[in-house]
Design a protein around this ligand. Sequence first.
Ligand code: AMP
Ligand code: MG
Length: 490
Amino acid sequence: MPLIGFDNSYTRLPAHFFADAEAAGASEPWMFAFNDTLAAELGLDAEALKRNGAAIFSGNEKPDGAANVALAYAGHQFGHFVPQLGDGRAMLLGEVTAPDGRHFDIQLKGSGPTRFSRNGDGRAAIGPVMREYLVSEAMHALGIPTTRALAAVTTGDPVYRERVQPGAVLARVAASHIRVGTFQYLAARGDNEGVRQLADHVIARHYPEVSESDDRYFDLYQAIAARQAALIARWMGVGFIHGVMNTDNMAVSGETIDFGPCAFMDTYTAKKVFSSIDRNGRYAYANQPAIGQWNLARLAECLLPHFTGGEEQAIEKANAALTHYGEVFQAQWLKVMRAKLGLVREKDDDLKMVQSFLGLMEEGGADFSLAFLRLAAAAGGPTADRELRGEFSAPDAAQLWLDGWRLYTAGDGVDPAERQRLMRAVNPAFIPRNHRIEEAIRAAEFDGDFSLFEALHKVLARPYEDQPGHERYQAAPLAHEEVPRTFCGT
Ligand code: AMP
Ligand code: MG
């Protein structure tokens, strides 16, 4: 029996959708993380993989049946179209079907140059690999659709960035690696037939519910937009800033993908940006829903020729779908925020309550996650009010708001303990705080010490639970601990 039961479908698509790839090989591979739980979910032989993990996930050993291809894609990077990007430092190892019937890609990221590397070295450094491992798994534990991390290895080879860093490879699992940019790659070449074939592939794999429709490509488009709206609403609810929402970093499956300079906010600032290269704040926290819409407009441009009706009608339909995206996002976002605020029964002024709390947080310099967590505590009764006040620079204003919130929610028939339970289930106590990620990376990179990585990973696996003894992972950074900038590290 092969070690991994691959059933590759992407390589049955036309040959220009991808290019054969080969791993560069690692001189001294060492596996520092392996995701047993995910391996089991995928129906893989965890023990056998663990024994061979360093060789397989570094790319040194090609498992039987592996695809080893780099996917072609294009993309708008910061608004500028680049007709050819593609997997420049990654290759699709292959696809697997989990015991529950779901289909997944396994990709090696950082395994060496491909036909799409342009001037890049095809490598990944340990920092970005650790960051993606931690944040993608934290995202999953938070219940938000995301690619996953199956394993991570160091290669024993240096990579040259702003400084020399240890090289590493991430074995990433995704529903698929098809991006808005994948459609753009074909459309930009005038390959309408290719766009149609890709769309059919995406329908079969991710949206079988539209396969029988008379206007399937338009329905597909709407379904992709709806998942994107729901995804970004979930990001907003946990203070996640993707950082580089280029069209090549938006997966049509609706999963969070390509964790480059991403970070979770500490202090709430609507315009917050972490990425060192996002100088104009294009991908700031509050801009994410609008950028989602912009990216979806680019996807519409690719799919338009396949919508039923003439060109004019197709454009009208796309415009209506984009407006609808805005409405779906707004509804999803309000649903997320309502739950966070414990507004269990829908009322007319829910949106005002949400907005006033966000305004209060921004003015009071409150930590995004802790403010909601303290509010959940206060739902249990006024003895916890003091802690909420303590998160705000103007405690009296916070108390005033809290009194108003109590009045607003009183009489909805939900008892305090129940409201608190509901709020705790949606307001994480633990998020992957940037300073803790950096701390874990530094210890691994400079001292070869992965204990902080492991501790952090373990805490983040149970984000909604109290974890006594792990307060350091819950606390907001002190001024001198704050890590305000993140880097792509590519
Ligand atoms: P990103 O936005 O970081 O996901 O990457 C944008 C594009 O740059 C993708 O086509 C990547 O494959 C490519 N890229 C990033 N880093 C490297 C690298 N070190 N070597 C080759 N290509 C890279
Ligand atoms: Mg990318």
